[in-house]
Design a protein around this ligand. Structure first.
Ligand SMILES: NC(=O)c1ccc[n+]([C@@H]2O[C@H](COP(=O)([O-])OP(=O)(O)OC[C@H]3O[C@@H](n4cnc5c(N)ncnc54)[C@H](O)[C@@H]3O)[C@@H](O)[C@H]2O)c1
Length: 325
């Protein structure tokens, strides 16, 4: 099976290495608007450098996309229409309409569509998934992702290239994780009402179109009464590099995953009962490339379109409501 890698910057190169090392597929083509980045990545895996347009039209078995976020939807659709399965970085689209258009293209072409919702694949998330049914009906969840630095590339802060700030960058992971885990328990996950506040540089974002939000707080009420609270930010005075967590409260207990010591990479999962807490999972855990490797394994196994891709649209709809659109 032959893959093409489109966008081989920081995360594209990382995921390319993980997929190639897993051995389900070969890296055949590499494309990037940076000739240096493309040449270095292609040399590493013995692939051919082509233009982005050539890669998207090639009809190679699968295309792995890790370009600036605003390009994802159009590039994914072009690849799918040329007959390639797609694994795309999050966010799949800048809004629900774009996201739905990609899912529809994958459905029409009957091709496997994956998105790098990498936090679904933590060992700590697996532990939560297993323990969640034991806490009773979940009535509340607290979701946080504060990044004390924010992204170091200018395009992330340009709305035309990123599609948004910390909500689309970090909130995507949190909303997906909550909806995905709750759906797995059979609980209703239909969203009834969303309220939010977005800020940029400490001031309400308002209708400024030239900047993206760097702090957001939202409350997401689900049909049936459960409530999710969401907080995410870039450049926050967080006292550590990152604060990342998802806690689910039920009548009989709670389960939580949280980063350890401010790390972006180390996660712990716990079960809380009253004042006591029991560890369910501890670092280390090499989770970064897992979503991409799973997609390549499924593709090599002959899997076609998976209707679970509709979950990508459900998350994008919630984000639209957080953005007030
Ligand atoms: N799943 C995760 O947890 C996770 C983590 C980090 C980043 N990401 C996502 O990955 C994407 C890339 O982020 P990054 O930090 O690697 O950015 P980056 O800037 O390091 O890489 C983007 C690459 O795309 C290339 N590029 C730009 N326009 C292109 C085009 N038209 N065709 C081909 N290549 C093009 C750039 O030259 C660059 O090499 C973003 O959408 C980001 O949200 C996801």
């Amino acid at each position: 099976m032959k893959l093409g890698f489109l966008g081989v910057g920081w995360i594209g190169r990382d995921r390319m290495r993980a997929v190639v090392a897993a051995g389900h597929a070969d890296a055949a083509l590499v494309a990037d608007t940076s000739a240096d980045a493309a040449a270095a990545a292609a040399r590493e895996v013995g692939a051919q450098v082509v233009s982005p347009e050539e890669l998207l039209a090639s009809g190679v078995d699968g295309v792995v996309i890790a370009t600036p976020s605003a390009l994802h939807a159009a590039q994914s659709i072009t690849a799918l229409e040329a007959g390639s399965a797609v694994f795309c970085q999050k966010p799949l689209g800048r809004d629900a309409a774009e996201t739905a258009a990609v899912v529809d293209a994958a459905r029409s072409a009957d091709l496997l569509l994956g998105v790098d919702l990498s936090y679904r694949h933590l060992a700590a998330t697996d532990a939560l998934r297993a323990e969640l049914p034991g806490v009773g009906r979940v009535y509340a969840a607290d979701l946080v992702f504060h990044n004390a630095y924010g992204p170091d590339k200018a395009w992330f802060r340009d709305p035309a290239l990123s599609g948004g700030g910390c909500v689309i960058d970090l909130g995507t992971h949190l909303v997906d994780l909550a909806l995905h885990l709750l759906a797995g328990t059979g609980a209703p996950v239909e969203v009834e009402h969303v309220t939010s506040r977005l800020f940029a540089g400490g001031r309400p974002l308002g209708d400024r179109a030239d900047v993206v939000e760097d702090f957001a707080t939202a409350r997401i009420d689900l049909v049936g009464g459960a409530v999710l609270t969401l907080g995410c930010s870039w450049d926050l005075h967080a006292g550590q590099e990152a604060v990342i967590g998802a806690t689910f409260y039920g009548a009989d207990g709670a389960v939580a995953l949280a980063n350890v010591g401010g790390s972006f990479y180390d996660f712990r999962a716990c079960r809380h009962t009253g004042t006591s807490s029991t560890s369910l999972a501890e670092p280390p855990d090499d989770w970064g490339g897992r979503a991409a490797v799973e997609w390549s394994r499924r593709l090599a196994g002959g899997e076609r379109f998976d209707p679970a891709a509709d979950e990508f649209v459900a998350t994008a709809r919630v984000l639209d409501r957080v953005y007030g659109r």
